[in-house]
Design a protein around this ligand. Structure first.
Ligand code: DHB
Ligand code: MG
Length: 228
C-alpha cells in the first residue's frame, strides 16, 4: 500500500486542532466536570466530538440514539448538530454517570434536546423502537456488545440513516494475531464482528475514519426489502 492510513505526526495533529478548534469553552468545561465527577477519562476526543456534530448535520438527523452516555460530552456534540425540533435519546448503565451527564446537559444548554435513559441498553433499546425509525445511532459503550447494538440499529435506522461506532480499532487489537487477555479478546471480537457486519451487510455502505482509536461510520443504503 502506497498511502498510509492516518497521520501519526504530532505536528499535523496540532495543525488540525489549531485549525478546527474543536473544543470550545463549554466542551472544555464539560470534559473537566466529568473528570471531577469521578468518571473515567474515556470520553471521545475533541476531534471525535467535531466529527459527531458534522456527521449529525450531514444526515440532517432529527431523531438520534446514543449508547453509552458517560459524562455527556459526545451527546452534547450530537445535540448541537440536530435539526430543529430534534431529539437525542442516550442510554447509560451507570446512575452516577447519568447524574453527571444530566448536569452537563443543563450546563451546555441542551437539556431540552437530550433524554437520558438509565439502565442496560439492551433492555432500554427495545422500548425505544416505538419512537423510531432513527436518523443516527452512535455506539460508544461496552465493546463486546457492539454487534448486539448494531443489530438493533440495523432494524431501527431509516434508509439514509447513519450508524457510528467509537474505538473500532480496539486499541490495535482488531489486527492482532494473538490476544492473551480474555477481556481484550472479547473487545477485539466485538469490534471485528461489528466492523465486519457493517462492511458486508448489503443494507450498509461503511468506512472507518482513521481517528486514533477508529471511528466506524456506515450509512444505511437499503432496507433489504427490495425485490430480488
Ligand atoms: C475505553 C472506552 C472508550 O469508549 C474509549 O473511547 C476509550 C477507552 C475503555 O473502556 O477503556
Ligand atoms: Mg469510546
Amino acid at each position: 500500500m502506497s498511502k498510509s492510513y492516518g497521520m501519526n505526526d504530532p505536528a499535523v495533529t496540532d495543525y488540525v486542532y489549531d485549525t478546527c478548534a474543536p473544543e470550545d469553552p463549554i466542551l472544555e468545561a464539560v470534559r473537566k466536570r466529568s473528570v471531577s465527577g469521578n468518571l473515567p477519562r474515556i470520553a471521545v476526543g475533541p476531534m471525535d466530538g467535531r466529527h459527531l456534530e458534522v456527521l449529525t448535520r450531514l444526515c440532517s438527523a432529527k431523531n438520534a440514539v446514543e449508547i453509552g452516555t458517560l459524562g455527556g460530552y459526545s451527546a452534547i456534540c450530537i445535540a448541537r448538530g440536530l435539526a430543529p425540533g430534534g431529539k437525542l435519546y442516550t442510554c447509560e448503565l451507570s446512575p452516577a454517570a447519568a447524574t453527571v451527564a444530566r448536569a452537563n446537559f443543563a450546563f451546555a444548554g441542551v437539556s431540552h434536546l437530550v433524554e437520558v435513559l438509565e439502565g442496560p441498553a439492551l433492555e432500554t433499546l427495545p422500548k425505544l423502537t416505538g419512537r423510531g425509525p432513527f436518523d443516527l445511532v452512535f455506539i460508544d459503550a461496552d465493546k463486546p456488545a457492539y454487534p448486539d447494538y448494531c443489530a438493533w440499529a440495523t432494524e431501527n435506522l431509516k434508509v439514509g440513516g447513519v450508524v457510528i461506532g467509537d474505538n473500532t480499532f480496539a486499541w490495535g487489537l482488531v489486527a492482532a494475531r494473538e490476544i492473551e487477555d480474555a477481556n481484550d479478546a472479547a473487545s477485539a471480537a466485538g469490534m471485528r464482528a461489528f466492523n465486519h457486519k457493517l462492511a458486508f451487510d448489503k443494507r450498509f455502505r461503511a468506512t472507518i475514519f482513521p481517528t486514533g482509536e477508529g471511528l466506524t461510520v456506515a450509512v444505511k443504503v437499503s432496507d433489504g426489502r427490495e425485490a430480488p
